[in-house]
Design a protein around this ligand. Structure first.
Ligand code: G3H
Ligand code: 13P
Ligand code: ZN
Length: 311
């Protein structure tokens, strides 16, 4: 099956009360782990590529890996640009075979965000590519940009209709208290999301797909395994999975997960090297790391997103 856009996928997800997992890809083992899990569970999936991933692996390697994945598994796959910083980056991905892009104008003023998002939408839609915009700012780290708690801001529901109407975006990322990375909430505090904002957005944009970034749940067993074998992930706290399930049943159609996959790989590799200090064949340790990705993605699909069997 050729790559698809997010249009049909989100419509079905909205109507069906589930969400699609958007997982970040950086190398072959990650692409294989994700798509093998999705293929086995007959689940649609979004493979997303950040600017950092393009820099690390090169655009052409990532698109060719995804091309290999669509030949290998028969499920709908979207190839999406994560956090496109400007028009040029989005254009380069649209011209380079992506079927969906995010233009992240959330750091701009409302008017400047609208201007750059609209420009991307016009270019993308003429070429059959879908666009995700963002309103509100998430705390945390993306590439080299760190957004502090003071600079983060919840989405203002009163702005969403104007933003969507004037830009023509196909989906909208909103800030309701999630954040990027593995340290999302202060230790000792109760993780909370602003479901009231999500509800208000849903009311104002009926039937419109909403996106949740920073949605890793930071499994404690991985954090403990990383700590046990010399890592430093004490106090790592994610978004509780029941909250993500609730969001998936609402207007949230796309849930972004990267940190959990990083943790799965890191926990596996740390344990492996502690137990097999003499091993130096990369296939011996990257194989189990890929297995761990497959396992965590299967868990998300079945227990968090609810998109198994929806391909
Ligand atoms: O939102 C950020 C994603 O986790 C991608 O991270 O920019 O380090 O590739 P990255
Ligand atoms: P996490 O850091 O919670 O995995 O979020 C990933 C993300 O939002 C990518 O855009
Ligand atoms: Zn993000």
């Amino acid at each position: 099956m050729p790559l698809v856009t997010s249009k049909e996928m989100f419509k079905k997800a909205y109507d069906g009360g589930y969400a699609i997992g958007a997982f970040n890809v950086n190398n072959m083992e990650i692409v294989q782990g994700i798509t093998e899990a999705a293929g086995k569970l007959n689940a649609p999936v979004i493979l997303q590529v950040s600017a950092g991933a393009r820099k690390y692996a090169k655009h052409v390697y990532l698109t060719k890996l995804v091309e290999a994945a669509i030949a290998d598994v028969d499920i709908p796959i979207v190839l999406h640009l994560d956090h496109g910083a400007d028009f040029e980056t989005c254009k380069s991905c649209i011209d380079g075979g992506f079927t969906s892009v995010m233009i992240d104008g959330s750091h701009h003023s409302f008017e400047d965000n609208i201007a750059v998002t609209k420009k991307v939408v016009e270019y993308a839609h003429e070429r059959g590519v879908t666009v995700e915009g963002e309103l509100g700012r998430l705390e945390g780290v993306e590439d080299d940009v760190k957004v502090s708690a003071e600079d983060s801001a919840y989405t203002r529901p009163e702005e969403v209709e104007e933003f969507v109407t004037r830009t023509g975006v196909d989906s909208l990322a909103i800030a309701i208290g999630t954040s990027h990375g593995a340290f999302k909430f202060k230790p000792g505090t109760k993780p909370q999301l602003r479901f009231d904002i999500l509800e208000e957005v849903e009311k104002r944009l009926p039937g419109f797909p909403i996106v949740l970034h920073g949605a890793s749940s930071v499994p404690q067993e991985y954090a403990e395994q990383i700590n046990k074998y010399g890592g430093k992930m004490k106090d790592a706290i994610g978004v509780p999975e029941d909250m993500l399930r609730q969001a998936a049943k609402m207007a949230v159609c796309k849930i972004n997960i990267d940190s959990d996959l990083r943790m799965a790989m890191t926990a596996t590799l740390r344990k492996y090297f502690a137990e097999e200090p003499g091993e130096f064949d990369p296939r011996k340790y990257l194989g189990p790391a890929r297995d761990a990705i497959r396992e965590i993605v299967a868990h998300k699909i079945k227990n968090v997103l609810g998109c198994d069997g929806k391909a």
